[in-house]
Ligand binder design. Sequence first.
Ligand code: UDP
Ligand code: MG
Length: 139
Amino acid sequence: MATNRTFTMLKPDAIENNYTGKIIDMIIGAGFKIKAMKYTQLTEAQAKEFYAVHSERPFYGELVEYMCSGPIVAAILEKDNAVEDFRTLIGATDPAEAAAGTIRAAYAESKGRNACHGSDSDENAEIEGMFHFAANEIF
Ligand code: UDP
Ligand code: MG
């Protein structure tokens, strides 16, 4: 996957709260092209694997339980400087600290239930994209 791509998940709280369309509209409005998209639900094993990097953190169990508690939208996005620009678009992890105009400021409930995932590096964008999509599902 090229370095102009990032990976996102609209998290279960965003889907539950019916923000799916509003968030996708913000993403497209910010100049990202959708290369792959899937409405799906993570199994506990998939959520554990996806967030394995956080397995020693105190919130890991709660995070895994929440991330497989309902459907998500997973997507691969393309734009120049995708990883950094998407992190700017989603805002800080804790919505109380997220800048005005960001997805998390507008739609996140809390630091845990924070509406949207964004990859933190080109390397992780590739790993996370391949975790969710086969090569023939990316356009
Ligand atoms: N998280 C949490 N409590 C914390 C920190 C993180 O529940 O104190 C959750 C939250 O859903 C966050 C995810 O774990 O999005 C991954 O944490 P990370 O630090 O990677 O934040 P992000 O990259 O999503 O901003
Ligand atoms: Mg992260």
